[in-house]
Design a protein around this ligand. Structure first.
Ligand code: ADP
Ligand code: MG
Length: 719
């Protein structure tokens, strides 16, 4: 066993005084093997001292403390196992009773007139206040009052108690905190403070040195010290993350090559002439951002976010045409085949009388046709290729890819990038998303990506009304739908499932399970055809249908041959039929906010007002569902994304695997947004001026960045 003087950072837990092998094993389960690891095992919460109260304000069951004098002590029996000590403590505000069972020594400790600090959880017995087994601290007359202590609360596991972990932590903190290596050198903390002060966060001077921070994080001297300690460590965690992201961004720009895609006034005019409308200001701005990126010899890495119908595709087409104007190829990947075909058809129309060569590659192509498309892509004959992401698995090779666009997908993985490289060059990447990313998340999970946002909607769009409805109102809703159909509009009916079916796995994100199938599309389809919508042409669409049938149904709906489309969420993304203005969502409790918002986007495409009606399965009124309520009250996709983030956190929103980053330990994306922003500014500065790489004083920080993110973000070798 080690005595406390010889505790080193690397000392194993079992050699610490009073730990031993079995407790050490329990601590290992908590991820603590060495003294150093214990220093960085942060409390999950704190126990704050109970406030001293006048006796008349003491509440039953609420922890409190008081100072008074012992006015009476009584030992009821000394028999072991049966002793009771009663004491009365008084002060100018009243009297309380203390009770101790089986602690006969209390009778000797609590002598008459002794001053004491009593703390515990009181019980009201009639009008009398009683404490059973309170904590009692004796106060000598000439002594200062003992300072109440804030205690750490650690996460525990079997075999170790809170009090034990506290004792060991105190031992280690006392032995080691003064010799901790500083990760944030003073000049860096000063710079950080300046940035934080500029932003008027009021926490600029809170970046304590590491030894103070660690000490106060475990055993804070007071609330303020605790706050400072947390702030310092939160900042450190944010900075390490932002440095990693900045290094990665820098590295991509230095090491990867991409074709320079020049633009000129003439090219610009030629491309824009192809659009049957003039661009919105937002589209113009984003196109400028993209043009700048494309003119550089390293890959663009840009996420274009904008609500459904904000005109992202048009922007993507601009970027692809710019590639073609520079004798490069472009590829657009859509999330579903239906969408890929829709993009393909739109582009074909737009490029009707031009020499641009288009290709379509998706799963349902016949082998010969697929072969032809792959060959023509490889030879460079096809200049713009449209497909689903499946084309990445089809062994696609480009002659000289200039721009790669992915619609509705959050990130390009490393493996995908590898496939799209041609002739030693990377294409420029543009990712489009209609799921707006909360600002706080954009700065971290997507911190190495540039962000462009379309907030303005193209002119001439009708308003959309959203209603939460009860089962009982379905008949009325169908009357309304018939009215709209008679006016010439079209109607969507969306349900979450195809049909109750046990064995087959679901396709294209549709759910299939053996719940009651009130909300399966097939049942709904039959009911509508035989009931309220029997006079209209109703079509059915779901992911299990073969591609040809799906395609035909979509075309028929497009051309108005089908008036009512009953569908699963295959229609969720991008389908564009501006005459469809009525959206019915059944089983809505099964959809996420982002999905619901996408669906609503389907009926906000034309000049007519849109109507969305939401029904839930079961008895509960839809207003009782927080998510649905927010949805009906909020039409802006960005506000919805923030709300979703508040409710569920970033993990669910994007899928944790999307980010690929380890979770933050002490910082919180939302709460610590300002700190994260400041850390980002500082990280960019440090990478730009090279200070992180050059100075020895930064070794510790560099080490942390590499240990935590080096592999995951492929940061290479900083040295
Ligand atoms: P998103 O991909 O963001 O959902 P799209 O690019 O598909 O949006 O555009 C939605 C609809 O708006 C399309 O029919 C498109 O032709 C049309 N549109 C796009 N930009 C404009 C514009 N500036 N003016 C008028 N209509 C536009
Ligand atoms: Mg789109």
């Amino acid at each position: 066993m080690t005595d406390s003087d010889s505790i080193k950072p690397a000392t194993q837990m079992q050699y610490l005084p009073g730990v031993g092998p079995s407790r050490a094993l329990s601590m290992e389960k908590l991820g603590i093997q060495t003294a150093q690891q214990l220093l960085f095992f942060f409390p999950r919460d704190y126990e704050f001292p109970a406030p001293p109260l006048p006796i008349e304000q003491i509440q039953d069951g609420e922890a409190c403390s008081l100072i008074g004098q012992v006015s009476d002590v009584e030992l009821i029996s000394r028999t072991p196992g049966k002793s009771i000590v009663n004491a009365i403590v008084v002060n100018e505000t009243g009297a309380v009773k203390l009770l101790f069972f089986n602690q006969p020594f209390r009778a000797d400790q609590l002598i008459l007139d002794q001053r004491v600090l009593v703390s515990g959880v009181p019980k009201m017995n009639g009008l009398k206040v009683e404490f059973t087994h309170p904590k009692v601290v004796l106060i000598n007359d000439d002594e200062e009052l003992p300072k109440p202590e804030i205690l750490p609360i650690y996460s525990l596991t079997d075999g170790i108690k809170q009090a034990e972990l506290r004792r060991i932590a105190r031992l280690v903190v006392n032995a080691l905190s003064d010799s901790l290596k500083e990760v944030l050198p003073l000049p860096l903390r000063e710079k950080a403070a300046a940035i934080l002060n500029e932003r008027e966060t009021g926490i600029g001077d809170m970046l304590a040195p590491i030894e103070t921070a660690i000490r106060n994080l475990h055993f804070p001297s007071d609330q303020q010290a605790l706050f400072q300690a947390r702030t310092r460590l939160i900042f450190q965690e944010c900075l390490v993350l932002q440095l990693a992201l900045a290094i990665r961004q820098r590295r991509l720009s230095v090491e990867l090559k991409s074709p320079v895609l020049e633009s000129s006034a003439m090219i610009d005019a030629r491309i824009k002439n192809r659009f049957p409308f003039s661009l919105t200001n937002d589209q113009e701005r984003v196109i400028r951002e993209i043009r700048d990126d494309l003119s550089r010899p390293f890959p663009m890495n840009r996420l274009l976010q904008g609500d459904v119908g904000s005109g992202k595709t048009v922007v993507a087409i601009y970027a692809m045409m710019l590639a073609v104007a520079n004798q490069r190829q472009a590829v657009l990947m859509a999330p579903t085949e239906v969408l890929a075909r829709q993009h393909y058809n739109m582009l074909r129309k737009m490029l009707k009388d031009s020499r641009v060569n288009l290709g379509l590659l998706c799963g349902s192509l016949a082998t010969a046709e697929r072969r032809r498309v792959l060959d023509a892509t490889k030879s460079g004959e096809i200049e713009i290729l449209i497909g689903t992401q499946a084309l990445l698995h089809a062994g696609v090779k480009f002659k000289c890819l200039g721009v790669a666009v992915v619609d509705e997908q959050h990130k390009f993985g490393v493996a995908q990038r590898e496939l799209l490289r041609s002739g030693g060059e990377d294409p420029h990447y543009l990712v489009m998303s209609a799921t707006p990313i909360p600002r706080s998340v954009a700065m971290t999970l997507f911190g190495d990506v540039e962000l462009s946002t379309l907030r303005e909607t193209p002119p001439g769009r009708g308003k959309v009304h959203t209603y939460l409805s009860h089962q009982g109102w379905k008949d009325r809703w169908w009357i309304f739908a018939r009215q709209k159909l008679d006016e010439g509009r079209q109607v969507y009916v969306v349900a979450p499932m195809i049909k109750a079916n046990r064995s087959e796995s679901s396709k294209e994100g549709e759910t299939t399970d053996d719940r009651e199938d009130t909300s399966s599309v097939e049942t709904v389809f039959e009911d509508l055809c035989n009931g309220p919508l029997s006079d209209y042409r109703v079509g059915l669409l779901h992911g299990r249908m073969n591609q040809d049938r799906k395609q035909r149904v979509m075309e028929d709906f497009n051309e108005g041959k089908i008036q009512v489309l009953v569908s699963t969420t295959v229609i969720e993304v991008g389908i564009d039929v501006s005459n469809a203005t009525v959206m019915t969502i059944l089983g809505a409790q099964q959809f996420g906010l982002a999905q619901l918002h996408q669906l609503r986007g389907r009926v906000s495409r034309g000049v007519h007002e849109g109507h969305v009606c939401i029904f839930t399965d079961g008895e509960d009124a839809p207003e009782e569902n927080e998510r649905l309520k927010i949805f009906s009250e909020t039409s802006d996709g960005f506000d919805l994304a923030e709300a979703d983030f508040q409710m569920r956190g970033p993990g669910d929103f994007f899928g944790k695997s999307q980010s690929g980053l380890p979770p933050l330990r002490i910082a919180d994306l939302q709460r610590d947004f300002e700190i994260m922003k400041a850390a980002r500014v500082l990280a960019k500065q440090c990478i730009r001026d090279g200070s992180l790489i050059e100075s020895d004083a930064w070794n510790e920080l560099r080490g942390q960045v590499m240990r935590r993110y080096g592999k995951r973000l492929d940061l290479g070798d900083l040295a």
